[in-house]
Design a protein around this ligand. Structure first.
Ligand SMILES: [Zn+2]
Length: 293
């Protein structure tokens, strides 16, 4: 049996699955599975250029991220509403930082009354699809974000931690940027969810090396608890996507020869742009509060 050491908790990992020529080991202690060995930083950086957001299937990104903006707005509206509820407005604007914000669709979903900051690593995506001007952008690696720009009332990490080589360093950074009593939001796939276990290695979230880590709901709680955060809410939120993007994602699960003819028929049609609501309860959004000083 091939084993490795878990870089997140030090526990022993065993071989879990192999996919796209990459080996993924799973840790019994913290539940997290990870690509073994991790790709180099240069290899990881090379993924997030424009084709990632515009339908390069080898990168497992998006068909056309910018064109999905109406779907993103619907998906993000629920999360924005919950954040508003957990951080009621008192006096001045609340400060929020969205790490891995793409073109700012989550920040745009938050109403007025917020000072909005975003971090995005993909420079050429931002050039092609600029965020709204009210968002103060930092272009680069979140680990390089100046900490004197904090503290924030809310820091959000939607589907980000599984893309970065040192997810706990990023989580530590997010917690440092948060004021006492502030809210951290982390959203990730849950590889122990029923849907993920039913699909096994065909689960569409197993896409190495785009996703380097595969978290579990309880493991995420552990990582947050260890950093002095208290979970306030767990939500399995519905999402919306265009029918075209659903088929694109389906082509990760089923043989693409089966799915691609339908995709080609629907591309750039009204039917392809049709909005589909789905919830496999395999993605969890955890809202956690930092202890008061
Ligand atoms: Zn571990």
């Amino acid at each position: 049996m091939r084993t490795s050491r878990c870089p997140l908790c030090g526990g022993e990992r065993r071989f879990h699955i192999e996919k796209f020529g990459r080996r993924i080991d799973a840790c019994a202690a913290c539940g997290t599975a990870g690509v073994e060995p991790l790709p180099s930083d240069a290899e990881i950086r090379a993924i997030y250029t424009l084709p990632y957001f515009q339908g390069d299937r080898s990168r497992y990104g998006y068909t056309d991220y910018a064109a999905e903006s109406a779907q993103h707005a619907r998906s993000f509206a629920l999360r924005a509403a919950l954040l508003e509820e957990l951080l009621p407005r008192r006096g001045g604007p609340r400060r929020v930082l969205d790490i891995g914000c793409a073109n700012g669709s989550f920040l745009a979903a938050l109403g007025p009354g917020w000072e909005k900051h975003g971090i995005e690593v993909s420079e050429d995506f931002l050039r092609a699809s600029p965020p709204p001007p009210e968002i103060r952008m930092f272009v680069g690696d979140a680990l390089d974000f100046p900490e004197d720009r904090g503290p924030f009332d809310a820091v959000t990490l939607f589907d980000v931690l599984d893309h970065v080589p040192r997810p706990l360093a990023m989580l530590d950074k997010a917690v440092r940027l948060l004021r006492p009593g502030g809210v951290l939001v982390v959203q990730q796939g849950d590889r122990m969810s029923l849907f993920a276990r039913l699909l096994g290695r065909r689960w569409h979230i197993y896409i190495p090396p785009t996703h380097l880590w595969y978290f579990t709901h309880s493991g995420l709680h552990r990582f947050l608890r260890e950093r002095g955060l208290r979970v306030a809410r767990d939500v399995f939120e519905p999402r919306w996507a265009s029918l075209s993007l659903c088929l694109f994602r389906l082509s990760y699960i089923l043989p693409s020869g089966l799915v691609d003819p339908f995709r080609r028929l629907l591309d750039d049609t009204a039917l392809g742009r049709l909005s589909v609501r789905f919830n496999f309860r395999d993605v969890v959004t955890v809202y956690a509060r930092k202890a008061d000083a």
